[in-house]
Design a binder for this molecule. Structure first.
Ligand SMILES: [Zn+2]
Ligand SMILES: [Zn+2]
Length: 330
């Protein structure tokens, strides 16, 4: 099969992914083999490919928003041909303190798809049978792929921020995850305030019904109940904090930040404001979100790339050159 392989992380401009012909993975116990139909491109893939996240394997195939058909390892619950999704959490140990306290997203020994095991920038991929999610028929391959990380983790961010119906919510940054979160927020009758760089991202936010849209240096015109930051920038976290009412929450939806700048406690955090990070996801997040996505007919904006264009897709994500999400069709 063809697969995109990372052997040495490097700046994406140096095209570190090589498209190679490799053996199709062989089925392992409790796993399924998927024929990949589509694989979304996530900013975390960029952090892996560029080495912001230290390599865990000598060679790895990235990609953790996989839409694929079960072709081997079928079970009674998961028949051959079932179309399923795979996300960033590819497995847990099931035995650590966090797993035993219903916090599987914080597992001490997790499997991360496309990082600690090979992912979906390939024609075939293996996945743990208990970590695949049957996909609603309403969602086609291309539009289901970005839901599997950008969508689920955006949804989890809203939960971590404690969003309640009808609240004022800020989205700081408006890429793949935020443009899905805004639709969920509207389904909950929230007012959405978007602060983002990039004229086309601002236009997209307007077209999706944001109450207010500004640049990355502008502040929403009112105090917010909740905010979610999507940019890998600590300055953005501080900007979000500065927009909150007392008792408000900022949820940071980023696996990596450039740095966390010093900020003034008295004016920004005092008053029971909170900063929380969003780490990974649970299977319940995935199931709840995919169900909601089908109900509200969530349609991501997508730009598709071939497997041969995997480096270009990541470069586009890095440069914020596309609106919505990038998806690889192998
Ligand atoms: Zn665990
Ligand atoms: Zn991701």
């Amino acid at each position: 099969m063809k697969a995109a392989i990372l052997s040495a992380p490097a700046n994406i401009a140096e095209r570190p992914l090589r498209i190679e012909e490799v053996p199709r993975p062989s089925l392992q116990p409790n796993q399924v083999l998927l024929k990949v139909r589509a694989c979304g491109v996530c900013r975390t893939d960029l952090h892996i490919v560029e080495g912001d996240l230290p390599p865990r394997l000598a060679h790895v195939t990235p990609g953790h928003q996989i839409v694929g058909d079960v072709i081997e390892g079928a079970t009674v619950e998961l028949a051959a041909g079932t179309r399923v999704g795979v996300s960033w959490i590819g497995g847990i140990d099931g035995t650590c303190w966090y797993c035993k306290h219903a916090m599987e997203n914080l597992c001490d020994l997790p499997t991360f798809t496309g990082y600690t095991v090979n992912g979906g920038y390939a024609e075939y991929a293996l996945a743990r049978a208990d970590f695949v999610f049957p996909l609603p028929a309403e969602l086609d391959d291309l539009h289901a792929a970005p839901l599997l990380c950008a969508g689920i983790i955006g949804f989890r961010s809203l939960r971590v921020a404690g969003v309640e119906r009808g609240e004022r919510v800020g989205l700081f940054g408006f890429g793949a995850s935020a443009h899905l979160a805004i639709e969920v927020l509207h389904a909950w009758n929230c007012e959405v305030y978007v602060s983002t760089r990039g004229e086309s991202h601002r236009k997209l936010a307007e077209s999706l019904g944001a109450k207010w849209v500004g640049t990355e240096v502008e502040r929403p015109p009112c105090q917010l109940d909740r905010a979610v930051t999507f940019a890998p920038s600590g300055d953005v976290v501080v900007a979000a904090l500065a927009s909150l009412r007392k008792g408000g929450v900022v949820a940071i939806n980023a696996i990596h930040l450039d740095r966390m700048p010093q900020f003034d406690y008295d004016s920004l955090l005092w008053g029971e404001r909170q900063i929380r990070s969003v780490a990974n996801m649970t299977r319940a997040d995935a199931r709840d979100f995919l169900k909601l996505a089908a109900e509200i007919d969530l349609q991501p904006q997508v730009t598709s790339f071939s497997l041969e264009q995997a480096n270009e897709a990541l470069l586009a994500v890095k440069k914020d050159a596309i609106d919505g999400a990038a998806v690889i069709l192998p």
